[in-house]
Design a protein around this ligand. Structure first.
Ligand SMILES: [Zn+2]
Ligand SMILES: [Zn+2]
Length: 298
């Protein structure tokens, strides 16, 4: 691993530790469990498996062939700029793009299908931001990283930008009760983004910013009341399973009804949540039978 990647990975891990600690010390919503609903789906399937697979598709099968064909990176548009200027340039321009694409996803019924998964969690925390439909990531990260490579940026800009994305993504979703005052006009944080994840009609079309909050204030979509939301996630049922979440974006179905089919039942039982529920039922049955057995022994 390149030393820049080692440093960015270390920064990310330290940041995760800090945010997890803050979530325990000053929680936005009290009593949110660490291993909340969908924790393993978000960590294993979205954060590791999906990210790894899409990284290969985006860099090796989309951006690289594009560059080989057109040779844009050889024109070295931004190569002469200092690295920090390159990073700042790509952070701001991509954040501007993501504000409008995010806003578009909330207003287009078709593109909402690629974004609803991100809103499906009812217990929003540091890891919740990782839950993004594969198509959403494919579009956004290709548009994010293609210019970096095609405009001939320094190779370190890619891991630095990816680290900034991850750090900021963790922060805005974190269950931390922060009051940043006037800073919330400029830098986005959990104060406004947690509201974006609330199931309240007034925020269905508000708080689209990711890194810089000023897009929302500038374009009239900011919402920051002095109270907290009471309902979270989507107002309709959404599958728990990673694969079904993607199927659901193409074809609506009721997850509960699928349990009628033995093949699906077997697949569903693999899921930890259902396994735990089965275990809890078995424990309850056992404890109900226990007094009878002990009475018999006596
Ligand atoms: Zn959204
Ligand atoms: Zn979010």
């Amino acid at each position: 691993m390149h030393h820049v990647e080692l440093i960015t990975t270390a920064i990310l891990l330290i940041w995760v530790a800090i945010v997890i600690t803050l979530e325990r010390v000053i929680p936005y919503r009290k009593g949110l469990p660490f291993f909340r609903e969908g924790f393993w789906t978000d960590l294993v399937l979205y954060t590791f498996v999906q990210s790894f697979a899409l990284k290969i598709i985006i860099f090796d099968y989309l951006i690289q062939p594009l560059d080989q064909h057109f040779g844009f990176s050889k024109l070295h548009f931004v190569t002469g700029w200092p690295v920090w200027v390159q990073v700042l340039f790509f952070v701001i321009t991509h954040d501007f793009y993501i504000y409008w694409f995010h806003r578009f996803q909330h207003s287009s019924p078709l593109f909402w299908r690629t974004h609803e998964a991100h809103h499906s969690g009812k217990q929003v925390d540091w890891l919740a931001g990782s839950r993004s439909h594969a198509v959403e990531i494919l579009i956004n990260q290709t548009i994010e990283f293609a210019p970096i490579i095609l405009l001939g940026a320094d190779p370190v800009v890619v891991p630095i930008k990816a680290c900034i994305d991850a750090v900021w993504g963790i922060w805005i979703h974190s269950n931390v009760d922060v009051r940043s005052g006037r800073l919330q006009y400029f830098i986005n944080g959990p104060e406004m983004h947690l509201w974006h994840h609330a199931d309240h009609q007034e925020v269905f079309h508000a708080n689209f910013s990711t890194k810089f909050a000023f897009w929302d204030w500038l374009f009239g979509t900011a919402y920051l009341p002095d109270f907290k939301p009471v309902k979270w996630g989507l107002h309709y049922a959404f599958p728990q399973d990673y694969f079904l979440q993607h199927v659901f974006s193409m074809k609506r179905f009721e997850e509960r009804r699928l349990l009628r089919y033995s093949l699906f039942r077997r697949f569903a039982l693999l899921r930890p949540a259902l396994r735990r529920r089965r275990q809890a039922l078995a424990d309850a049955r056992e404890s109900a039978a226990a007094p009878v057995a002990s009475r018999r022994l006596a």
